[in-house]
Design a protein around this ligand. Sequence first.
Ligand SMILES: [Zn+2]
Length: 252
Amino acid sequence: MAKHICAICGAEVGLISEQKLADGNFICRKVCVKKCMKIFNKVEATLDSVKSHIEQVEFGTKAWNQLFVPLMKTKKKEEKLKRFGKNGELYVSPSTGLVALTENRYKIFIFGKSTIACVYRIADLYGYDYVSEQVKNSDGKMETKHFCVMTFNDTPGMYEVRLEVRTREYEDMEKYFNTLFGIQKTLRNIGNTWKQQINAAKAVAGAVKAVKDGTLDEAQAEATADALNTMQYGDRTEWIAKADAALMLVNK
Ligand SMILES: [Zn+2]
């Protein structure tokens, strides 16, 4: 039988001990697959994305232990973590500007702790969409599973997280993040949204004029894109600053 080599650690692997990646590389199940989160789709991954994901988990686990764990028992209201997910595996920390996706490992200790994590900047969360799936349960009955597909902008490794949520939990999540980013389309926030739309409209009008005059430069094009982004995704400047300050404190 054909033997392959794990593209990460060099171990010899075979049919049962190997995981084939989308780019045709193989990695070993014994060590290297276990460095990835279970939710990470290895079949669709390339060697580069697996390596990025492993780095992401190594750093994320340190950030989890150093930043999130101390906040689990905080008495301060503004430091409280918000949990989502069917098993409560997603932790949002508005006080640090970070969000952690965790996975508990009960038997295997890779980084010396029983929880591994991917930690993201809240500011990079550009999509949180609802999807559902019909599955047959153990009684043979069809059952609906609910997911929130979270997409993190400009993130190496796992940038899409398909988080299973409880029934009707998605609505809470959407409302929560919309409120964080100030993009809630309710009467309460209409003033803010309206101001952003005006800024975007001004920037676009400026760019259109510049195109006509042949004077559109890169800086102006960028300002237009930024204004449009702000309108769609809310102003994230503060969230970026908060997250970067917190991440700087993580001992690698
Ligand atoms: Zn390996």
